[in-house]
Design a protein around this ligand. Structure first.
Ligand code: MV4
Length: 451
């Protein structure tokens, strides 16, 4: 096992990784920006090194600064958390060249999955169901018209370098396609420095369902079931659940086997997530793979009892999955996570500042992952996620009721948060029914406006 690990992140996920390290007896090194001097990840790590000014580009994303800190502290490995450097294949290569273990998949696989059209082709070869669409990049509006004709409207243009919905355009007829092609390509070039596009059949009201995997460095892959992530706003998830009401035990087992085979073929290792869309007929299609631990990993931990971050560390240290997961994986009960963001609850604008009162809920089946505290400060420079509230019950009804109770006891004063928004969502009949899709938040705000 590693002697010492550097955590190249901040906030709740930095603390989450520190906790896993502590439980495994690993020494921890935090890095922090000048805005995070008083953060809990700095306080709870064994050592802490300031790596630059507040802006992420000058600190947490500064590869030479992070690597220098790792060399000065003499660590064996770096955990990147999510976001920041977590899916940067160049960073993983610099780690490799510096003889520091990157806790994540090999850079070759990260690079391939980051190229969305290549990821699609790879999954298609491995017999994972994909949407009808183009085999690779579409070079011109003319080629787009051809593909759209063969696939049938509506179609969606996507950036191969995409993510977060940028460089995406829905197209419902041939006459609007050439203009949408140019818009999507320009947007992608500006956002990612790469204007390449591919195309898929557009699914009107999809559910977003994703499967968690763990894979060791000896060719063993294990699927740990799915999460329902359809409650989103502007491509930012708000609520996640495990399991999904739409995934039958048969689908879970069969798709799980297919995923396991495909990732074994690719030579994947460490934790990962395969994202799917499910259409109104319950058919499921691969869209993307995330090669990192995700924000919402906790709901999977609650229903499987497996500590995913400890598993990441043990896998990176060379252990076999069979040493880490010693009993058959079962899905027990139902877990839901609410993302508590420092945001205005209706306008969703960031709400930085000093917290003046803070109370965390607790009790049976209630988990809070946060790096915030009373009189803590939310800096304006970073992601607005300040806490995750996760509730686990025997079924969905119990976990929803527990969530309502816990939300009512979660006090954050001095800044705006999404707590009041979550309270309204948990009182909404459509949400409670479980029969929703990725358009839920639009309908929800419409209903709120009518009240
Ligand atoms: C789609 C789609 C419908 N059909 N692809 C949005 C972000 C990117 N990761 C994939 N996205 C979508 N891809 C096809 N072929 C609808 C979306 C989409 C979406 C997906 C998941 C969760 C929320 C979403 C909100 C709007 C659009």
């Amino acid at each position: 096992m590693f002697r010492k690990v550097l955590i190249a992140n901040r906030g709740e996920i930095a603390l989450r990784v520190i906790s896993a390290c502590k439980e495994l007896g690993i020494r921890t090194v935090a890095v922090y920006s000048e805005a995070d001097r008083n953060s809990l990840h700095v306080r709870f790590a064994d050592e802490a090194i300031c790596i630059g000014p507040p802006r992420s580009a000058d600190s947490y994303l500064n590869v030479p600064a992070v690597i220098s800190a790792a060399e000065i502290a003499d660590v064996d490995a770096i955990h990147p958390g999510y976001g920041l450097l977590s899916e940067n294949a160049n960073f993983a290569e610099v780690c490799r060249a510096s003889n520091i273990k990157f806790i994540g998949p090999p850079p070759e696989v990260t690079r391939m999955m980051g190229e969305k059209s290549t990821a699609r082709q790879t999954m298609k070869k491995a017999k994972v169901p994909i949407l009808p669409g183009s085999d690779g990049i579409i070079e011109s509006p003319e080629e787009a018209l051809e593909w759209a004709k063969s696939v049938g409207y509506p179609v969606i243009l996507k950036a191969v370098a995409g993510g977060g919905g940028r460089g995406m355009r829905i197209c419902r007829s041939a006459h609007e396609l050439p203009a949408l092609y140019e818009q999507a390509s320009t947007e992608a070039r500006n956002a990612f420095g790469n204007g390449d596009l591919y195309m898929e059949k557009f699914i009107e009201r999809p559910r977003h369902i994703e499967f968690q995997v763990l894979a060791d460095e000896h060719g063993n892959v294990m699927c740990l079931g799915e999460r329902e992530c359809s409650i989103q706003r502007r491509h930012q998830k708000l609520i996640e659940e495990a399991p999904s009401l739409m995934v039958t035990p048969k689908l879970r087992a069969e798709l799980g086997k297919t995923i396991e085979r495909s990732l074994k073929d690719i030579g994947y290792w460490n934790a990962g997530t395969i994202e799917f869309l499910m259409d109104e007929d319950g058919k499921i299609y691969f869209i993307e793979m995330n090669t990192r631990i995700q924000v919402e990993h906790c709901v999977t931990e609650m229903v499987t009892g497996i500590d995913l971050v400890k598993a990441q560390l043990r896998i990176a240290a060379g252990e076999k999955l069979s040493q880490i997961i010693t009993e058959p994986v079962t899905i027990r009960g139902h877990a839901i996570e609410c993302r508590i963001n420092a945001e205005h609850p209706e306008k969703f604008t960031p709400s930085a500042g000093k917290i003046t009162a803070f109370n965390l809920p607790g009790g049976n089946g209630v988990r809070v992952d946060t790096a915030q505290y009373a009189e803590g400060v939310v800096p304006p420079y970073y992601d607005s996620l300040i806490a995750k509230l996760i509730c686990h019950g025997k079924d969905r009804e119990e976990s929803m009721n527990k969530m309502q109770r816990a939300l009512s006891q979660f006090v954050v004063e001095g800044i705006h948060t999404t707590i009041p928004l979550h309270q309204k969502i948990f009182a909404d009949a459509e949400f409670r029914s479980g029969a929703f899709d990725t358009k839920f938040m639009e309908r929800f705000f419409e209903r709120q406006g009518q009240k």
